[in-house]
Design a protein around this ligand. Sequence first.
Ligand code: C5P
Length: 236
Amino acid sequence: MSASSSQPSVPVLTIDGPSGSGKGTISAAVATTLGWHLLDSGAIYRAVGYAASMAGVDLSDAAAVTRCAQAARIVFRAARDGGQTRVIVNGFDATDEIRTETCGAAASAIAAIPAVRNALFERQRAFRKAPGLVADGRDMGTVVFSDAPCKVFLTASAEERAKRRYKQLKEKGLSVTLATLLREIEARDERDATRKVAPLKPARDAVVIDTTALSIAEVVARVLAIARAAMPALDG
Ligand code: C5P
């Protein structure tokens, strides 16, 4: 795994944590404030899960899923009106499809295959471009950008994360129950934390923030303070 496509001198702020910890919202807000690029690595795993499902590939067939991971064309297209970034998978706009619980479960299943993670390694490193990158995921601080100068790990109780997800899905008009979401979140946490390769855990040098009782604005302020303390050049 060479680092040839990445630029080691460019600063990276990694934001890892379990689903529903607020990573996506916080990472986007911090990237906007800093004027940095954003890598939503979960969207890449979701896009591969989607591509494999669309191709009718059995998700337990490691070799076939790995071929999908290598071949999938995944493009993040910024919305012209400043709205949600579109995720284009093999030419199809899959922005909404990849956010479903089915796609989340598919992503979590294929993410446990070591060859899939290897296939996506350089693709993720290529997002490291000036003036800086906010990288959101599970193993940004431990594996993909282990040399990042600043690492944050967000947590929240499973109940709070299920409630946040419930609210999001209800707002989209989807019919779900809190109990089902809680069960799904716990199952996904268990799979992500116990897999052999790149399990979900804070990097040794990460600052852990429990967001259970914090507002989005409070978490963003804390992450920015941590980033500024770790990278004094940000103030210059
Ligand atoms: O963050 P998000 O919920 O979109 O990620 C979907 C799934 O992709 C996670 O449950 C996890 O299994 C996998 N993933 C991963 N490594 C990352 C990002 C996501 O294994 N860096």
